[in-house]
Each structure stands twice: as structure tokens, then as C-alpha cells.
Design a protein around this ligand. Structure first.
Ligand SMILES: [Zn+2]
Length: 355
């Protein structure tokens, strides 16, 4: 049985096949209308994310299946009492597939190890949200018909932006991609993402603080929100805030076939005037996320009887994960396990926190 915890759980070929399935669903929705008849998805949302939950539920309903589940209120303690492992075991008796959102990194992995049905990670803390990345890839390919050779700009908070790190990782499998990183100094892409993803794969990249300087070169512009409190000071915020707002004046400098993406929700980093521009693809991205979730549900249910790929690697059991956002902090009797990475350093199996 297969689950999807990280986007790299899928091979490049499998990602390509999911993109093909999504294209086919878009072209022939009737063909899929009863594909999951009699099947149920359980949406287990230990923290609120109404848009993501509705997307998974709409995906299953459009496949002719049914949905059940819960969404916890603002604080995750409403789930207090039962472990993720036990919840996964129990829900396996009620549903055919799980989509799970949880505030702690590694929670979906723990669920997948205890469920007897496939688990889709719908966001585990600051760690991973693979179906968002699949939606990003889907939107790029539907417009550009390829990934190789694209110049992709990322603008906003590149330090904490989980969706940015995941998309750069996903793009690192293709050739000739140029990455342009646009952010204030204090919100630059972390060194480990540069070293382990961009440099390790020989991707060309360029860092700048100015969107206007580079927007004309881009094929894809991925915008993210900069939270006010991320700036070093109020003066710094006031000085920089408009440089990272995409408006029509900046769009006039861009290519006619640029596409603009944003994981949403948007606050004010894209002017609403841009919404009417045909290059604005962020609402289409929401729709594509639903189609990619449909494709993924079909794939995981079809492969339910397949063996999960073996988890290879060298492990250490003598290290302790001190990441407060890791599932080892709350899950009873979960052993601390660190797996050796390609760089020889060990990372927490659940949250990828470094030794
Ligand atoms: Zn950890």
C-alpha cells in the first residue's frame, strides 16, 4: 500500500502520470464521475484549513465517492486524548483513504505507518504539503507544456515559505531550470535549500531584492505572502513592503506569456487589478489542486494492494529530536529515529530536523 507524505515519495515518472491523469479528468470529467463509487475518504483535520479540506472532499465527490471527517477548531488540543497512531487505526475501519492535516511535522507519516488504508498528507506543520506542490506543477505544465528550460521566479518570504521549498525541490528533477529568488535579505532562501537542492542539482540561480529588475526574464512568477512580523523592524517593513507587491506597473515589465502563481490565501501582495490579467493563474491553481487530488486518490486506491516501497537507509537511535513542532513531542512511545542523508548528516525521520 502506498501513501503520499512528501512529493518525493513519487518518482518523476509518477508525477508525470498524475499530471496526465489530471489533464484527462479536465478533458473528460464524465469518464471519472463514478470511478470511486462506494469508496469513502476520511478528512482528518486536526487544525483548521477549510479550503484544503473542501478541495479533498470535492475531489472525492466528483469521483462518485463519499466523505466523512472532522475539522478541529482553532486549537489543536481538541484532538487531545487519542494518539495519531490510534486515530489512523480506528479510521481505517471506516474509510478507504485518509487525507490528514495536523500541526506537527511527521504526523502524516506516523498515521501512514499505522493505518491499513492509504494516507495523503494534507499538510503536517511546517514540514510538507505535497498536493499543493502537485497543483503548482499542474498549473505550470498546463500553460508551459514542459518544465525543462523554464526561468522560475519566487518572490516574497523565501525563508519560511514551505510551498516555495517544495516547489524548488520538485523542479530540481528537470533540466535547464533557472531559479530567480526575489526577497528582502532577512527572508532569503535558507542555505540548506540552496545547498541540498539548487546547488546539488546544478540548477542555475540568482538572488535579488528587486522584483522590477528581473520580472522581465521570468516564465513563471511564484508569489508568497510576507508576514509583517517577519521583518527586522517597522522601518524595514515600511521601506520594503511595496517592493514585493505585484501590481499592473510591474506586470507591464513582464513577458506576455508569464504565468503568476500564488498558494493563496493572498493578503495584499498581489493587487486585485492583476486578477483580470490573463497571466494571473492563482485561481486556476485552486481548481487544478482539486484535479490533482482526484488523480492522486485514483492512483492510491488502485495501488492499495501494492507493496509499499522499502524504506532503506542508515538509522541512529541515540539522537533526540528537539524540534517543538515534531510529532515525537506528543505521540506516546514513538522512538526518536534519525536517518542518514546524502550529505552524511542525520535527520529526524519525522520532521527532517537536522542532528
Ligand atoms: Zn523531529
Amino acid at each position: 500500500m502506498r501513501s503520499l507524505i512528501n512529493v518525493f515519495d513519487l518518482s518523476k515518472e509518477e508525477v508525470g502520470a498524475l499530471l496526465d491523469t489530471a489533464d484527462d479528468i479536465i478533458a473528460n470529467p464524465a469518464k471519472y464521475a463514478t470511478a470511486c463509487h462506494g469508496k469513502k475518504i476520511a478528512t482528518l483535520f486536526f487544525e483548521p484549513s477549510t479550503r484544503t479540506r473542501l478541495s479533498f472532499e470535492a475531489a472525492m465527490l466528483e469521483l462518485g465517492g463519499q466523505v466523512l471527517g472532522f475539522e478541529a477548531g482553532g486549537n489543536s488540543s481538541s484532538s487531545k486524548g487519542e494518539s495519531v497512531a490510534d486515530t489512523a487505526r480506528v479510521v481505517s475501519c471506516y474509510a478507504d483513504i485518509i487525507a490528514m492535516r495536523h500541526p506537527l511535522a511527521g504526523s502524516a507519516y506516523v498515521a501512514s505507518k499505522n493505518a491499513s488504508i492509504p494516507v495523503i498528507n494534507a499538510g503536517d506543520g511546517s514540514h510538507s504539503h505535497p498536493t499543493q506542490t502537485l497543483a503548482d506543477l499542474c498549473t505550470i505544465r498546463r500553460h508551459k507544456h514542459k518544465f525543462d528550460g523554464l526561468t522560475v521566479g519566487f518572490c516574497g518570504d523565501l525563508k519560511y515559505g514551505r510551498t516555495v521549498h517544495s516547489l524548488i525541490q520538485a523542479l530540481s528533477r528537470y533540466t535547464g531550470i533557472k531559479i530567480v529568488l526575489i526577497s528582502p535579505k532577512e527572508l532569503r532562501l535558507p542555505e540548506y535549500v540552496k545547498n541540498e537542492t539548487i546547488k546539488a542539482n546544478g540548477m542555475e540561480y540568482y538572488e535579488t531584492e528587486s522584483m522590477t529588475e528581473v520580472i522581465g526574464e521570468l516564465d513563471v512568477l511564484y508569489m508568497t505572502r510576507i508576514q509583517h512580523e517577519r521583518f527586522a523592524s517597522e522601518e524595514e517593513y515600511l521601506r520594503l513592503k511595496d517592493s514585493y507587491v505585484l501590481d499592473m506597473a510591474k506586470m507591464e515589465l513582464a513577458k506576455s506569456d508569464l504565468i503568476v502563481l500564488h498558494p493563496l490565501p493572498r493578503v495584499n501582495e498581489i493587487s486585485t487589478a492583476v486578477d483580470k490579467d490573463p497571466r494571473a493563474c492563482y485561481f486556476e491553481q485552486v481548481l487544478n489542486a482539486k484535479y490533482m487530488r482526484m488523480a492522486l486518490i485514483l492512483k492510491l486506491l488502485a495501488e492499495r494492494d501494492c507493496e509499499a516501497p522499502a524504506e532503506e537507509g542508515e538509522y541512529r537511535t541515540d539522537l533526540v529530536c528537539d524540534n517543538k513542532g515534531c510529532i515525537v513531542t506528543t505521540e506516546q512511545e514513538l522512538p526518536h529515529l534519525f536517518r542518514k542523508g546524502v550529505d552524511g548528516k542525520y535527520r529526524c525521520l519525522y520532521c527532517e530536523h537536522r542532528e
